[in-house]
Design a protein around this ligand. Structure first.
Ligand code: SF4
Length: 167
């Protein structure tokens, strides 16, 4: 278990990634697969500027206190870069919230598809209220409204599922 997470930034109130007002946490690592696989430069990624920000280490208890003391938010969004590249810390963070009585929704934005991260998905199934947005970002793809998230996703191949519904 990690008592801390290494991240890029925290936004206390975010309204663009989920239907509920959310705390947004930006994780620090990605291999820029969405772009490299297409032969494109990593700098084309919309999160590229985030990758240049300084890493910060934050105690999970501090994030918990910050989240639970804000009456506006009722969910936590974990996003980009790529949270599954920091899986142990993601797991520890969610574990801490659950152990301390917070069952609020966690929404994880990943560029992976389920079969690429099977072990991690299986581990997260022990928790309630975990939603994962799957799929690569494809440049110039058409936006698609996702009913579960209640927001538009950037590429038509992307979709969100409750972790319990992932095959
Ligand atoms: S997973 Fe996210 S951060 Fe990584 S390349 Fe795709 S869009 Fe960029």
């Amino acid at each position: 278990m990690n008592n801390f997470v290494t991240i890029k930034t925290i936004v206390d109130e975010n309204f663009q990634d989920y239907k509920k007002a959310s705390m947004f946490i930006a994780f620090p690592k990605c291999d820029f697969k969405c772009f490299r696989e297409l032969g494109l430069d990593a700098s084309k990624c919309q999160n590229y500027e985030i990758s240049k920000m300084k890493d910060i280490r934050v105690d999970v208890s501090e994030i918990f206190e910050r989240y639970t003391s804000n009456p506006i938010t009722s969910a936590v969004v974990l996003g980009g870069l790529e949270p599954f590249k920091s899986f142990d810390e993601v797991y520890s963070l969610i574990s801490y919230f659950r152990t301390n009585g917070c069952d609020d929704d966690f929404v994880i934005y990943t560029g992976y598809y389920p079969d690429e991260i099977k072990e991690h998905i299986n581990k997260l199934r022990e928790f309630e209220n975990i939603i994962v947005k799957f799929g690569r970002f494809i440049p110039d793809s058409v936006c698609k409204f996702d009913n579960l998230l209640g927001v538009n996703l950037a590429s038509s191949n992307q979709y969100a599922l409750n972790i319990k519904d992932v095959k």
